[in-house]
Design a protein around this ligand. Structure first.
Ligand SMILES: Nc1ncnc2c1ncn2[C@@H]1O[C@H](COP(=O)(O)OP(=O)(O)OP(=O)(O)O)[C@@H](O)[C@H]1O
Length: 236
């Protein structure tokens, strides 16, 4: 028997808009289950706008896009929370509630995404913190953690609902190189366990060190290292 699985992301002829401005045109790409993909490009080239389109923060006005089973050209506002439950979203600035403990930060997302059973919530909290190497951090306040640890909490939060893909926008941006490397390795481990990763980054070291597929925003287009020759050494 042959098992086929739907790609996690499939875009055809997509135009990414910010208001009336077309930032990227004729965007076509597919991300398969388990893939790790870098998204690169100069500042202002459209990386964040593309990611925002994928998690329906920007509306899809042209083209077709399927992501984790949702059709973005048809998606209704009421369905967007359900889409986001199947995505893990990680930004550069950590966006934790600073007046709540790590556990409360995680419980907040669980409650917002329909979790009710306290025992299950506690168990899931322990699981995701263990996964990111912060098993002893649940009672700490964010300010008691280093930048790298805070980013680990954000990744734990993104993992709560077992997402099919992590969308990460410069997740190592504000971190020292060693800490950034640790965070990157965590993304790799999560990927090896079966979660696809699409990561926007300016980090040349990571690109040189890890030869994953690259999507590059350039002059209003999206280039794909699967089909185009993308040099990562040129400035971007
Ligand atoms: N909220 C917004 N409203 C209008 N235009 C925006 C908005 N956010 C971004 N833009 C514009 O969209 C274009 C792409 O920006 P975007 O943030 O997607 O680029 P980026 O590649 O992620 O940049 P960076 O690497 O600096 O994060 C830029 O011209 C930017 O000025």
């Amino acid at each position: 028997m042959v098992f086929t699985s739907e790609p996690i992301i499939h875009l055809e002829k997509v135009c990414v808009f910010q208001g009336l401005d077309a930032i990227l045109q004729d965007v076509n790409f597919t991300v398969e289950k388990d893939e790790f993909v870098f998204l690169i490009g100069r500042t202002g080239s459209g990386k964040s706008s593309l990611l925002k389109t994928l998690y329906a923060d920007l509306p899809l006005k042209m083209g077709t896009a399927q992501i984790v089973g949702f059709e973005l050209e048809k998606i209704k506002n009421k369905d967007i929370p359900f889409l986001r439950r199947k995505l893990g979203i990680v930004f550069q600035d950590f966006q934790l509630f600073n007046d709540r403990s790590v556990a409360e930060n995680l419980f907040f997302v669980m409650r917002a995404t329909g979790w009710k059973d306290k025992t299950k919530m506690k168990n899931r909290m322990i699981e995701v913190l263990l996964k990111v190497g912060l098993a002893d951090a649940s009672t700490k306040m964010p300010h008691q953690l280093s930048g790298g640890e805070q980013q680990r909490v954000v990744i734990a939060r993104a993992l709560i609902n077992n997402p099919a893909i992590l969308l990460a926008d410069e997740p190592t941006g504000n971190l020292d190189p060693d800490v950034a490397d640790g965070i990157f390795k965590l993304f790799q481990e999560i990927n090896k366990e079966g979660t696809a990763v699409l990561m926007a980054t300016h980090n040349h070291d990571l690109l040189r060190k890890y030869p994953y597929r690259v999507l590059k925003c350039e002059k209003g287009k999206l280039l794909d290292s699967k089909t185009a020759d993308i040099s990562i050494d040129t400035s971007y």
